[in-house]
Design a binder for this molecule. Structure first.
Ligand code: NDP
Length: 364
């Protein structure tokens, strides 16, 4: 198949808060970034309703509208956009190569902002409205949506740390939180379990699957159909909200075998930078953050990744996860800044005085 070839200084995969903030910064640095919208242009915020905790919007803003603003801001400074699906990535040499059905894209630097997706149960009633009740009482983010459940009875599905954290957080608003878990004990860490067990607004239903979320577009969620995993017995649990907290999946399948990931699949970045272990490849937002997972933190790391890419292209050393720094020429400056390893393996001192002395001693 003949593919259209594009060559770019900065390519950004993903257009959520991280990718679009990286695009704004890279575009303002005149790097003309190319942003590749993935399967969910605008990222996870486009499937939430009102965002009330993004700074600068005192009256709140709808998630899709906020992402539209991000995109327009990036376009204003010259960012380009491509709606496509990347099928293959080759990070073995620079420029890096990304392939889609229509394009072969060469990237001098790559910013991965492909995000993470909340895992869903895949049951009737769970899909985003209007197909289901998503946004009408079904959510996967207590921090985003908990506020809308003041005085309501809700269930949280899952038995891990996320479920316990969400359940505890939701008791600030809800009248009652019921954790529904498919086994008879939790996966969550002991400290999180203890906190949930001590909270008298949290109940537990064990050995139970949620098989359907009930309600209508007019009423929102009115209940959940449950199935006892031991007896097979069905029941209906009346509630006004369902929080699915069964984990997140970072969107990193494309990079398997090429970039270091933790055991769940989150990309590993350097402590104080967004650099991965491949010079010129950076990662930001939820694809490398399993802990904060907020739009504003994703945007912050997007800014950092763009600055890192800009420094890399300007041939300023970029710190690596190991603490070493690497230049665009492939020189490695050791973490203690004492030595430089040249691309051919020759090691020289990074100490100007030592280098001068060395030169004098050799008869200059
Ligand atoms: P986990 O994978 O740890 O837990 C997922 C939970 O959901 C499990 O209890 C699992 O059940 C259940 N589950 C999975 N699939 C289904 C399904 N289809 N139907 C019903 N239940 C299902 O994910 P978490 O998001 O909770 O945590 C991910 C990582 O992040 C962990 O390492 C965690 O420690 C960490 N984390 C830490 C926090 C903190 O320290 N404050 C907060 C949040 C997360 P089962 O147990 O039966 O497998």
């Amino acid at each position: 198949m003949t593919r259209n070839t594009l060559h770019k200084e900065v390519v950004i995969i993903g257009s959520g808060p991280a990718g679009l903030t990286a695009a704004i910064y890279a575009a303002r640095a005149d790097l003309k970034p190319l942003v590749i919208h993935g399967p969910q242009p605008g990222g996870q915020l486009t499937i939430t309703t009102e965002v009330e905790n993004y700074p600068g919007f005192s009256k709140g803003i709808q998630g899709p509208e906020l992402m539209q603003e991000f995109e327009e801001q990036a376009r204003r400074f010259g960012a380009e956009f491509l709606v496509t699906y990347i099928t293959e990535v080759d990070l073995s040499e620079r420029p890096f190569t990304l392939r889609t059905d229509e394009h072969e894209i060469e990237a001098e630097t790559l910013i991965i902002a492909s995000g993470a997706s909340a895992k869903w149960l895949g049951i009737p009633g769970e899909a985003p409205a209007p197909q289901g009740l998503g946004g009408l009482g079904v959510s996967a983010c207590a921090t985003c949506d908990g506020f809308f459940f003041k005085g309501k009875s809700i269930i949280v599905v899952g038995g891990g740390d996320t479920a316990m954290e969400e359940a505890n957080f939701l008791t600030r608003y809800a009248s009652r939180v019921t954790v529904v878990h498919r086994r008879d004990h939790l996966r969550a860490s002991k400290i999180m379990q203890d906190k949930a067990f001590r909270n008298d607004k949290i109940d537990f239903i064990w050995n139970t699957d949620v098989t359907e979320i009930l309600g209508t577009q007019e009423t929102g969620v009115t209940g959940a159909r449950l199935k006892d995993t031991k007896t097979g017995e069905d029941s209906v649990f009346p509630c006004e909200g369902v929080f699915v907290a069964i984990g997140h999946k970072p969107n990193t399948d494309l990079f398997k075998g090429q970039l270091k990931m933790d055991e769940v699949g989150y990309l590993i970045t350097a402590g104080r930078t967004m650099a991965t272990e491949i010079p010129g490849v950076f990662a930001c937002g939820d694809v490398q953050d399993s802990f904060y997972r907020q739009a504003v933190t994703a945007a912050g790391t997007g800014c950092m990744a763009a600055i890192d890419a800009e420094r890399f292209l300007d041939n300023l050393p970029v710190p690596m996860p190991s603490g070493d720094e690497i230049t665009m020429e492939g020189e490695l400056v050791t973490a203690d800044h004492q030595l430089i390893v040249l691309p051919d393996g020759e090691v020289i001192s990074n100490n100007a005085e030592a280098a001068t002395e060395g030169a004098s001693a050799s008869g200059d």
